[in-house]
Every structure is written in C-alpha cells, then in structure tokens.
Design a protein around this ligand. Sequence first.
Ligand SMILES: Nc1ncnc2c1ncn2[C@@H]1O[C@H](COP(=O)(O)OP(=O)(O)OP(=O)(O)O)[C@@H](O)[C@H]1O
Ligand SMILES: [Mg+2]
Length: 364
Amino acid sequence: MEFSWLELRDFRSYPELRIEPNPGVNVFVGANGAGKTNLLEAAGYLASLRSFRGAPDEALINDVAGAAVVRGEVHHLESTSLIELELPRSGRRRVRVNGQRPARSTDLLGHVRAVMFLPDDLDIVKRGPAHRRDFLDAVAVQLWPGAYLDQQEYERALRQRNTLLRQSGWDVDQPTLAVWDQRLSQAAGKLMVRRAGAAGVLRESIAETYASLSGGGTRVELHYESKWGGSLQGVAADTVATVLAQALEANRRADTERRVTTMGPHRDEPWFTVDDRDARTRASQGEQRTLALSLRLASHRAISEATGEKALLLLDDVFSELDMERANALAHMLPAAQTFITTARQEEVPVHGRTFFVEPGRIR
Ligand SMILES: Nc1ncnc2c1ncn2[C@@H]1O[C@H](COP(=O)(O)OP(=O)(O)OP(=O)(O)O)[C@@H](O)[C@H]1O
Ligand SMILES: [Mg+2]
C-alpha cells in the first residue's frame, strides 16, 4: 500500500500540511524539534490507532486547536481508499473511509499497515518483557485488526479486576471477583492466541532476516509460552481461557493479599535466544543490535506476506544510531515498499529517495 497524499491539520506542530510522497523512498530532513517524528507519528496512527511514542491522543492535538485531523489517499493493489481521522479534544475519535462512517473507529485498521523502526528498538531485546509483549501485540494488530479490540478488552477487564482488589482486599466479594475472573480469562484467551499467532508468523522470518544481516551461522529463536499453560502453539482461545480461569481461582489468596492480579498475559515473558543463550542477558551488543533490526525487517516481511501487499516502512532517525556496517546492511535489506525516513543529517542516510525539508510547522 502507498499514500499518494497525506494531509495533517492541527496535528502536533502542523497547523496545515499536505505532502505527496513518492511510492518509494522519502527522506525527511530537518533540525531537532522541527517536526519529523510528528509526521511519522501521524502516518503510524492511521495504521495502529495509537501513537508509537505512547503519547495520549490529546498530546497529538495542536496546543491551540480543538481537534487534530489526519487524512490520506491510500493505493492498494486493486483499489484506492480515502481515509480520514479526527481526534477531538473532548469526545470520541471519528473516522471515515471513502466518505462513510464505519460502525466503529477500529474499522479503520487494516486500511493502512505500517512497520516502524525506532531508535529505542534495542529495548525490545535488552529490556523487560513488557517491550516484547508490546512488540508482539503491535504486530498482531497489523496482521489481524481484530486483535486491537481483544487487547482493549483485556486491559479493561484487568483494570477493573485490579480496582476491585485494591479497594476491597480481604473483604472482596467472592461472586463479584468470580465474574471478573471469567471476563478476564475470556479476554486473555483471545489476546494470547493472537500473541502466539504473531510469534508463530514471525519466528521463521526473524531467523532468516538475522541470518541475512549477519552472514549466517547463528541461530536466533523467539520463544513464547505461558507460565501456567505451557506452549501456546495451535491452542484455542477457549482452552487458554479455561486454564487461566482455574489458575486465577487457585491464585485468589495471593491476589487478594497483594491486591493485584498476579497472573495472566500481562505477566507473559516472551524471550529471544541467540545460539540458545538468552539474548537479553547473554548476547553481545552487536548481536542485540542485529536482532533488533531483524525484528522489524521480519515484521515487515511477515505482514506483507500475510496481507498480500507491502506495508509502509517508517524509519525514525535510525541510521544515526547504527554503525556504518549495520546502516549499510539495513539499507541493503530494505524491501521495495513506500518508505518514510527521518534524519537530522542527510549524509547519514545511505538510501536515496525524494527529499523533503522539515521546518517548524511546514515541509518543503
Ligand atoms: N500538541 C502539540 N502542539 C504543538 N506543537 C507540538 C505538540 N506536540 C509537539 N509539538 C512540537 O513538536 C516538536 C517536536 O517535533 P518532533 O518530535 O517531530 O521533532 P523531530 O523533528 O523529530 O526532532 P528530533 O530530531 O529531535 O527527533 C516539539 O518541539 C514541540 O514543540
Ligand atoms: Mg524525532
């Protein structure tokens, strides 16, 4: 898929902006704070209905405006769609596809698919399991838009169960807790099957892209299993839900004591190994960096294969973070997809494309 044009109104630092990017590589050059990441964030929002910086929606609205708008025309292999998103300061976000309002704003998902490369991608490899959970969940949304609602449902159920535990502690009403256990485990089943599905789709591609980046000879693996249910490969959501419901019940004492839900997919620990050693604690710096890059390249490959069209690539300031060898390897392996690259120094980007100059509030 490709944007033929993209328009922003009152999105972050842009009062009014229209760009007409190339179908191939587009390089956005500008000083720190000029608005480069803001532009990628807008395009990324259309793909995932969230900011890849983790910013709340209200932060995306220009400080002096009442609503932010992002619109774009997207070319697919056999169709074109006009997509529009409005984020008001109060009230729900609104979307339109080809002028029509779909039943839910999440129906926008699937019209734009994107993979981003970010300077802190290394965190997915080096830091805590939350980064790896988020990575898998984000890929799941690009593969299966319905995963977005499953994730939201789980978060809501978890929040409510935790609120109940926090407020009641030992005095918790058991029947009420049982209702929340049921809802939580149902939602968890769906979430975990998506997460395991994403891991399954990525597993092979990660090994392959790592081999291409490093010249081969190293075995890289992605592991994801539940602490209480073992392997999740091919397991149905209902089965996961049943197992978790039992685990929650068995664990109620601990949960009421600690006043928080101590079991479930929010505590999952996906991990990577490089030649059978935990990548987080045992891999070298270079291996970790190569792995981080291969995660993104593998995501792009898997999403493009599953959906039959190339996802948009968003590279936010990544070349300046890489040594020359890896920067060149990445440039070499970038797939032929519409690509937005940002940089403060154009000479650091070893890829050619249409160049845009970013200045506060506008792009030339
Ligand atoms: N809601 C908002 N309203 C108005 N301006 C905003 C808003 N949010 C962010 N900005 C402005 O956007 C600027 C940051 O833009 P952005 O993060 O895109 O910069 P950048 O070009 O990526 O810089 P760097 O090279 O440092 O990463 C900030 O200086 C801030 O002033
Ligand atoms: Mg930036």
